[in-house]
Design a protein around this ligand. Sequence first.
Ligand SMILES: [Zn+2]
Length: 471
Amino acid sequence: MDDPQTHSTVSILHNAVIVTMDPDSRVFLNGAIVIEQDSITAVGQSSAILRHFSAPAHRVFDLNGQIVLPGFINTHVHTSQQLARGIADDVDLMTWLHDRIWPYESNMTEEDSYISTLLCGIELIHSGVTCFAEAGGQHVSGMARAVELLGLRACLAESIMDSGDGLPTTWANRSTDDCIESQKELYKKHHNTGDGRIRVWLGIRQIMNATDGLLLATRDIAKELKTGIHMHVAEIAYENQFVTDTRKVDHGTVTHLEQIEFLQKNLLAAHTVWVNASEIDCLSRAEVKVSHCPAAAMRMLGFAPIREMIDAGICVSLGTDGAPSNNRMSIVDEMYLASLINKGREVYTNGNTDPTVLPSETVLKMATINGAKSVLWDNEIGSLEIGKKADLVVINPSSWTMIPLHDCISSLVYSMRTENTVSVMCNGKWIMQDNKILNVDEENVISMAKQASAEILKRAGINIPSRMNFV
Ligand SMILES: [Zn+2]
C-alpha cells in the first residue's frame, strides 16, 4: 500500500470490501471509510464517499478490492509467556505448570516481560489483532511499555495469587492486601495511558490460587475503579473437584462464584470448559463474558460447551491463550479452529457432527464485536461505525489461500491465513503496512527474544529433555 505523502489528518480508504460488523451486519462490496485523527467519520459506498470527502490534501488509499474488517480482538493472551514458546510441548499438566511455566514466569525480569510482549505483539499484529486482553503476568509496567511502543490497544492485568500449593518461593505468601494494593498502584500508573489505548484490569489467576477474601475484594475494587476482572474459570475437571472439596459446594467454580456473588458483567472468564447447564444459566444471568480458546482447550482442557453458552445468550469471544499452551498467537487460526472443533463436538452431544453449528458470521462476531463487548470497550471498537475508533485490518484475498472468493464472510473464517493480513491500523495510525511492522524493528526484537529466552531458562534451571536422538 503506497502511503500518499501529505500531512492531512484525514485518510480515505476506498475501492474495498468493507465488512462493518455493525448491528445491521452491513458489507459494502465497493466501499470506503474515512478516518480523521483517531476516529471513523464516514463509512459507505466508494462513489458517494469520494464525492463528499475528496480533497487534494487528504491521504487517499485505493485498496483494489481488498477486504477491510474491524481489528480483531484477542480476549485471552499471556504476553509474558511468548519467550516460553516450545518449553512445554507434549507434557502433562502438572509438569507443564510446576516444572516449566511457574519456574519460567517467576524468573522473568521487567525487561524480559517487555521483550516478550514486543515479540507477542508482533505476532498479534501480523494476525490482524488491534486489541488484546492480557490474562495476567508479573510485570505490567514492562507490558505497558511494549504496548505503547507497538501502537496496540490492550487491557493489562497482573497475575494475582494469594494462596495455593507448590508456588515458587518468590510468589508464595503474598497477602490479599498486597495483591490489591499492587493492582491499585498499577491502575494509577498505567490506566488510560498511551493515548487512551492502555487500560488496567484486575487479575485473578484462578480459584485454586485465590481466597474468597481476594475474590470479594477484587469484585469491590473493580466496581470502584470501573474496570474489568480477568480470571481463568473452570479450566480442568480437577478444579471443580478442588472447589467442591474446599468450598463445600455441590458442583464447582462457577457454582461457588455465584454463591459468593462474584459473578458480574465486568468479569471476563477464560476457558469455562467444565460448566454444567445450571452454571451456564448463572453466567448468562450475570452477563459474564467468556473467552473461548479453542487450541489451548484441545491441547490441555477439553471441549467447552460453546454452542450451549451462545444459545443461552452469553457473549463468547476468542483468545489464543499463551504461547506454551498453543504456540500460535494467531486469532485467524483460532477462528478456523473454533468453527471446526465446535461442529465436531456435536458428535459427543447429539451423535452427529453438525456443520451448521458456529457458522462463519458467528465466528467473525466472536473475533470482533463480541471481543469488544468482552473487554468492555464496544462503545469505541469492535465494528466499523461512525464515531468509533479507527481500529481496522486490511486483508488481501487475492492469493492461493483464498481464491476463488464466493462468500467473503465464510472465506475469512475457513480459508484466510494469517499471511492474508497485509495492513493494520490502531487508533487511526498504521501499525503495519504491506506486512511491515512500523513501530519496532522486527529483526531486532527477534534477536533480543532469542537471547532473553535462553537466559531465563538458564536462570530457572529448566531443562527440556529431547525425545529424539539428535546427532
Ligand atoms: Zn490462560
